[in-house]
Write a protein that binds this ligand. Structure first.
Ligand code: DGT
Ligand code: CA
Ligand code: CA
Length: 576
């Protein structure tokens, strides 16, 4: 495997550099790219093939002729490919680094190299700071700003936008493309389709018989800030919200394969392609080809999996975390769905830092079809969030009862509070107040810097206290803002399992806490989960889908989620 990946990388670089040298040599470029793809997905190491079957063995690989076979041999024997070394001398450019900046493709890189001698990110930064980039043909003042922003994002590691900001934008663009009259089909792909918590860019696929008009329409949308690349098959735009969007126009015949390919992720694709090869097929972004070279893919991504004998995997699962193996055994579970969720157990009101009254939150949730909501305003220690003392809690308590009655069964209100877990693991309300709640939602908001042993002890003390029912946003991380608290999650999950404490999946887009990986881990401890919105105003009640998708990314089923239970059964889950 070592050889295959490395050679694939080199072939891709050779392809880029040949393209820079002479755009007309596109067939040569494609040959290298195709060979790279084949190598990436091969089971057997080319070094082994060479050893066992010689150069003829290499030439038996589809898409590898004498020329490429020689290069593979050269690499296996010397660790280098001279053609690559020559080209690198001619173009001493850090392609890998530069293409990581939003909006930089081979053409732009070449232009910057030829005119300004830009070889790497540092050179580019200097050139942009000196204002040299904007003078070049094809680069305006805006491109220069975009490049500078891209570099800053790369440097800060915050180059990825929250799904909660990117997805609504993608959906609005998709709605416009769909109703343009120029598209037969429009689909979201990439990380946003997989509902990953942050996205690098947006990927939209379109079937259109009039690609020129389609691309004109797309680049003219009010969401677009700048056109970075415009072609009939691929267009890249910088959106005003500060993220790029790739729009690809495809014909009907290649759509299914392209959809499967561009939903990704890359590692998942590599696995799936290996299975295709084993079955004697060839799978690429252009189609699923049988032994006769006929494209047998139809409608959508599901058809590709079906033809490969794989069970369907929802996009959220496609991260190469064992799902392909499971699909081959027809053991993919039915994941929890949005429609399974009956209630929401983390909702704020004006009794702490929310913007709406308890009645307004209840009314809105009832209108959305929720069967119940838990009201969870903050406890007094969370003073920045105007947390309640015992006196205020009594008033709050009476108001929850009153609203519950007034709603007359249209929705049930549960009484709770987001209760601070103090430094010593104790809870921020009297035992009497805690006992009056339907369930206790515990959360850590202060002393976030404690070391791992102390923080773990703090949480375990709370869990073993036998009062807390749900652990709100257990790791406290804020995406792109604050790291998770130091916890030995195995110990926490083990204690939670013994005490029947439920883990929250907080749906708020900058929390998504527990995250997908931690959910997968918690799942091994057979824990239960509560998918909540942590709403601070009525509009937030719709954020549930981010939590549900995060749960799907952690492979959860309906049975794992307590707020998929009807009201009466839910009450049975609590300590009270
Ligand atoms: P992002 O944009 O960083 O949040 O993540 P993705 O997954 O959206 O990645 P992106 O936009 O670079 O590409 C979209 C999909 O296209 C990706 O998930 C899988 C597919 N893809 C891209 N490059 C490759 C590749 O070199 N090999 C394979 N097998 N698939 C690729
Ligand atoms: Ca993407
Ligand atoms: Ca992309």
């Amino acid at each position: 495997m070592m050889h295959n990946r490395k050679i694939a990388e080199i072939f891709n670089e050779i392809a880029d550099m040949i393209e820079l040298e002479d755009e007309k040599r596109i067939f040569e470029v494609r040959a290298y790219q195709k060979a790279a793809m084949t190598l990436e997905s091969m089971q057997e190491d080319v070094g082994d093939i060479l050893e066992k079957k010689g150069i003829g063995g290499l030439m038996a690989i589809p898409g590898i002729g004498k020329g490429l076979a020689d290069k593979i041999k050269e690499y296996v024997e010397t660790g280098n490919i001279s053609k690559h070394e020559e080209l690198k001398k001619k173009f001493p450019i850090d392609f890998a680094g530069l293409t990581r900046i939003q909006g930089m493709g081979p053409k732009r890189i070449f232009k910057l190299y030829k005119t300004l001698g830009v070889r790497n990110v540092t050179d580019l930064k200097k050139a942009a700071e000196a204002g040299k980039v904007k003078g070049l043909g094809g680069f305006g003042k805006k491109s220069e700003e975009v490049i500078q922003k891209g570099i800053r994002m790369l440097e800060s590691g915050k180059g990825r936008m929250l799904l909660g900001n990117a997805l609504p934008e993608a959906e609005s663009i998709i709605a416009k493309l769909s109703s343009s009259g120029l598209a037969d089909r429009v689909e979201l792909a990439g990380s946003a389709r997989r509902m990953k918590e942050t996205v690098g860019d947006l990927d939209i696929l379109v079937i259109s018989e009039t690609p020129g008009k389609m691309m004109d329409f797309a680049t003219g949308l009010p969401e677009v800030k700048e056109i970075l690349l415009k072609g009939l098959t691929k267009t890249t735009v910088m959106l005003k919200i500060g993220i790029t969007c790739d729009i690809r126009v495809l014909d009907k015949a290649s759509f299914a394969a392209a959809l499967q390919y561009f939903i990704g992720n890359k590692d998942h694709n590599v696995k799936v392609r290996q299975i295709a090869i084993k079955k004697g097929y060839k799978l690429s972004e252009y189609g699923l080809f049988n032994k006769k070279g006929k494209n047998i893919a139809r409608d959508g991504d599901g058809d590709i999996y079906e033809k490969l004998g794989l069970q369907y995997m929802e996009p959220e699962m496609r991260e190469n975390r064992g799902e392909v193996e499971l699909a081959a055994e027809q053991k993919i579970p039915r994941l929890v769905q949005k429609e399974d969720i009956l209630g929401d157990l983390h909702v704020h009101s004006i009794y702490s830092d929310g913007d709406n009254t308890i009645a307004e939150m209840a009314e809105k949730a009832a209108g959305m079809g929720r069967e119940y909501i838990g009201i969870t305003d903050h406890s007094r220690s969370e003073y920045v969030a105007k947390g309640m003392d015992e006196k205020k809690f009594k008033k709050y308590s009476r108001e929850i009862d009153a609203v519950n009655e007034a709603m007359d069964g249209r929705i049930r209100l549960l009484k709770s509070a987001e209760t601070d877990i103090l430094k010593d693991g104790s809870l921020d309300f009297s035992r009497k107040a805690l006992d009056s709640m339907d369930y206790v939602l515990g959360a850590i908001h202060s002393n976030l810097g404690m070391d791992k042993a102390a923080m773990t002890k703090r949480l375990i003390t709370c869990i073993e206290g036998g009062v807390v029912d749900i652990m709100a946003h257990p790791t406290g991380r804020l995406i792109n803002q604050r790291p998770p608290i130091n916890l030995d999650l195995d110990k926490i999950f083990d204690a939670a399992n013994k005490q029947g404490v439920v883990m929250e999946i907080d749906s708020y887009p900058n929390r998504l806490d527990l995250n997908d990986e931690n959910i997968l881990k918690a799942r091994e401890y057979k824990l239960k989960f509560s998918i909540d919105t942590d709403s601070h105003r009525t509009e937030h009640l719709g954020l549930m889908r981010y939590g549900v998708s995060t749960a799907k990314r952690g492979w959860l089923q309906k049975d794992d989620v307590i707020n998929a239970l009807p009201y009466e059964k839910l009450l049975g889950m609590f300590k009270k």
